[in-house]
Design a protein around this ligand. Structure first.
Ligand SMILES: Nc1ncnc2c1ncn2[C@@H]1O[C@H](COP(=O)(O)OP(=O)(O)OP(=O)(O)O)[C@@H](O)[C@H]1O
Length: 574
């Protein structure tokens, strides 16, 4: 947790105020039993009413001030802990935004969500508790001991006997509970993962009648979470009564030995009453500290998970002296080999080709051939293992990622839309883009008709992830978003797969007319989508199996022939 302390730096002033407020409040609280002893010993015993009223008045004033200070401290503590958690969440978000896909793969999206929400909340709660209560406990413990010992050193032996017993209990409980906290957070991750998968895939789950199966899978994870929660709860449930037992036994011992000392004339009644109050304070401060022993390790588990993310350095960096690309967007793969972390076989093996501006380069191959992986190397979602990816002769690793990406119009395999209006989705942060430019892009993407049909046209709402659109509509909006940027390079990752043949053909024709000078890289499964490309790259198990035009490959490339034949027979049988 210590490493998260820099996040408290902006609130140093408020933390100091909290400490001062706590200390002042504790001093007032510690003074109360002494005043009470005076009221009993000097006022009640002597029947001195004015003394009782005067000292009682002081007691009321001290108590009111102590309450006001406690309220102020609680208010400030909540403010500081909420501001702290907001800052940590913001830092996590910004940090994760710089991750390459490799880091996303490593931690997992669900775990990243849990870490940014649930884990941050755990740390926030403990910080709030530390600021409100834990700062009180040491002051109260030390102050209580000083006041008690100064009142009656002999009777204080009772506390010092109880302290090791309490300390032993705290250590025992902490040792049992701490391992369970890590388990709880892992199980929260699992719950989030299942929820996410099932909710996103709800249509598939229903269509395959997997509702019962998914229910059972979720119940299992839910119950595992509950069981660990109950185990933690059991341990904590024992803690408080056991502590209270030790505390009450100590109180009985105090009354017992105190009475003996009063009988012997060594102690006054008021002093014993005050002593017992100090005893309560000492015990309560120990209980508070024991809660810290339990809560802090729990937050430590969460802090560790947060720091794991914050300490994880993105494997892809901008170079110190970034170069600028100056040409028209020619892409060259020069003996590129790429492997996913931990994979035995490279996803791309010695791939070389040149994609020229003004030309369409299509990539075709069976599933898993490496087509998407190839496209992902251009925006530097991943970096090559060997070889080079060059844009206008400049290695993408020598350019700032922002500069590489500003030249690209990327359309992913699975259209990714955001909640907002159609215009916002096409504009996507580019506020200079006029409505006319958006309509032009939609026109080329063959999306203008369905947008015009919408009641609010460009201002029609898109629900989360585009749930209120068809697959083809989502794809076309995703294409329009790329077109609206008017980039030098287009990367289409199987982006026409959800379109019918007619729309696919119309779209490619419109693209040809509007993207005349651009470099187009187009991944596709359908031969009809690629056959008019200037060059077609046939990928097979990560290797280039052939490059040429449709006619050339048809004449000489066996794998291409097989793909064409398989699609023809599919067409015939359909
Ligand atoms: N994030 C990843 N981590 C590890 N391996 C991956 C990852 N993504 C893809 N792969 C593997 O890399 C290989 C190439 O995958 P890729 O997605 O590039 O194929 P593809 O040709 O685009 O397939 P498809 O046509 O089905 O989309 C496959 O063997 C796949 O299992």
């Amino acid at each position: 947790m210590k490493q998260l302390l820099p996040f408290l730096k902006p609130y140093k002033g408020q933390v100091i105020l909290i400490l001062i407020g706590t200390l002042a409040g504790i001093l007032l609280e510690l003074y109360l039993p002494t005043l009470m002893a005076d009221v009993v010993n000097n006022g009640i015993v002597n029947g001195d009413i004015p003394y009782i009223i005067q000292t009682g008045g002081w007691m009321i004033a001290c108590a009111v001030l102590a309450v006001l200070l406690t309220v102020g401290v609680s208010f400030l503590a909540s403010r500081v802990s909420l501001a702290f958690s907001r800052d940590v969440r913001r830092e996590l978000f910004v940090h994760v935004e710089h991750f390459s896909l490799e880091e996303f793969d490593k931690i997992g999206t669900s775990s990243l969500i849990t870490r940014s929400t649930n884990d941050v909340k755990q740390v926030q709660d403990v910080l709030n508790m530390i600021l409100r209560m834990m700062t009180r406990a040491p002051f109260m413990l030390i102050g209580g001991i000083i006041f008690a010992v100064s009142m009656d050193a002999t009777l204080s032996i009772v506390f010092f006997t109880a302290l090791p017993v309490l300390a032993g209990l705290i250590i025992l409980i902490a040792r049992k509970a701490i391992p369970l906290f890590g388990e709880m957070q892992k199980k929260t991750d699992r719950l989030n993962l299942l929820l996410r998968e099932t909710l996103i895939g709800t249509r598939v789950v229903r269509a395959f009648n997997r509702v019962t199966f998914e229910k059972q899978r979720f119940n299992k994870a839910n119950e595992a979470f509950r069981d660990t929660g109950i185990r933690v709860g059991h341990i904590l449930a024992y803690m408080f009564p056991v502590m209270m037992l030790v505390m009450n036994i100590t109180m009985i011992a105090l009354i017992w030995f105190g009475a003996i000392r009063i009988d012997a004339g060594a102690l006054e009644v008021g002093t014993l009453m005050a002593f017992m109050q100090y005893g309560m304070m000492i015990m309560f401060s120990l209980i508070m500290l024991s809660m810290a022993f339990v809560m802090i390790p729990r937050a430590q588990v969460s802090a560790k998970r947060i720091l794991e993310v914050l300490d994880m350095q993105a494997s892809i960096h901008d170079p110190a002296n970034a170069k600028q690309q100056t040409g028209n967007g020619q892409i060259e793969f020069n003996h590129v080999t790429f492997r996913y972390p931990g994979a035995e076989r490279p996803a791309l093996d010695d791939v070389s080709f040149v994609a020229k501006p003004g030309e369409t380069t299509a990539i075709i191959g069976s599933t898993g051939a490496g087509k998407t992986s190839l496209l992902h190397l251009i925006p530097r979602f991943y970096d090559v293992e060997n070889g080079q990816v060059l844009i206008d002769g400049v290695d993408v690793r020598d350019m700032a990622q922002k500069d590489v990406r500003k030249n690209l119009g990327y359309v992913p395999q699975k259209a990714s839309l955001f909640s907002g209006t159609i215009a916002e989705n096409v504009r996507f942060g580019n506020s200079d883009l006029s409505d006319e430019a958006i309509m032009d892009a939609l026109e080329t993407a063959q999306a203008s008709d369905f947008v015009k049909d919408k009641e609010n046209g460009l201002q029609a709402d898109i629900s989360q992830a585009g749930a209120n659109l068809s697959g083809g509509q989502k794809q076309r909006l995703s294409i329009a978003r790329a077109l609206a940027r008017k980039p030098a390079i287009y990367l289409f990752d199987d982006s026409f797969s959800a379109l019918d043949y007619k729309t696919d053909a119309r779209l490619r024709k419109a693209l040809q007319e509007t993207t005349v000078d651009a470099t187009i890289l187009l991944v596709a499964q359908r031969v009809s989508t690629v056959e008019n490309a200037d060059q077609i790259i046939v990928l097979n198990e990560g290797k280039v199996a052939g490059i040429g035009t449709h006619q050339e490959l048809l004449a000489s490339n066996q794998i291409y022939q097989e793909i064409v034949n398989s699609q023809q027979s599919e067409g015939e049988s359909a």
